[in-house]
Design a protein. Structure first.
Length: 256
């Protein structure tokens, strides 16, 4: 290893080809999370992703979003594994994803993205973390057909299956997700009106507690926590806007 001076040839690690009849051939990686080797477990990269594409409209870009998937890369042998530990080899194809990596099945395609609506069955970003025992916990947003409102949910691996928990809170999207204890995590959700809602769990996502709101007084696009932070600079936020060019506000938050 030479700290990025040289690189190997790129390979398709996760690939959904055009064999899918629903035309959802695009991969949207939510999170890649590093776990150091410990307690007899190897060094890993935990990975979550969703799929997107044209759906019934054919091979088009980003019309529909579906499902949440999970795998980890064992950095000792560079093989992918599903949550149950099944060896998927050095790459993941569509069949592997469907049969071994599916954490959340979002059901039939219902909501189509347009520039004016920006709605999906599953949100763009799924975030993940892991407990001290190594069990993955994923968080995501799911737009429900009953009321057309986007809600936050979590899905946790329980040694033999995935279990979904509804946090009970509407959101404009998952913003951040941090580990604060062996099975304790804090979730940051976008809320209309320029606010961030924080939720915590102490049982690896089996239940969630509402901690309250952070009022930024501006619509928030990005909210990023800084690792190894100085108390006065805990997070960086950017303004959400419908304009694709121009000036945007970026600000920091911390203890003052």
């Amino acid at each position: 290893m030479d700290n990025g001076l040289t690189w190997t040839t790129a390979v398709n690690a996760i690939k959904h080809t055009d064999v899918r009849p629903d035309n959802l051939n695009e991969i949207y990686v939510g999170t890649v999370k590093h776990e150091s080797a410990h307690a007899g477990r190897p060094e890993k990269l935990h990975i979550s992703w969703s799929i997107a594409g044209g759906g019934p409209e054919g091979p088009k870009h980003n019309r529909y979003h579906k499902n949440v998937y999970y795998s980890y890369l064992n950095l000792t042998n560079e093989h992918f594994y599903n949550a149950a530990g099944f060896d998927l080899g050095t790459s993941i194809n569509n069949r592997d994803s469907v049969n071994y990596c599916l954490a959340v099945d979002s059901g039939p395609l219902r909501f189509k993205n347009t520039r004016s609506t920006d709605t999906y069955d599953i949100g763009y970003i799924s975030s993940l973390n892991y407990s001290n025992s190594g069990n993955p916990l994923l968080v995501y947003s799911h737009l429900l057909p009953e009321d057309g409102i986007e809600y936050s949910r979590s899905v946790r691996w329980t040694s033999d299956s995935w279990k979904i928990t509804d946090t009970g809170h509407a959101t404009t999207g998952v913003k951040e997700f941090e580990k604060i204890g062996p099975e304790s995590f804090r979730l940051y959700l976008g809320v209309t009106g320029g606010k961030i809602r924080t939720l915590t769990t102490n049982n690896n996502g089996a239940s969630w507690t509402n901690d309250g709101l952070i009022d930024a007084s501006l619509p928030i696009q990005d909210f990023v926590l800084i690792d190894d932070y100085h108390p006065e600079i805990r997070a960086i936020m950017s303004e959400s806007t419908d304009e694709y060019s121009g000036t945007y506000k970026v600000w920091i938050a911390g203890q003052h």
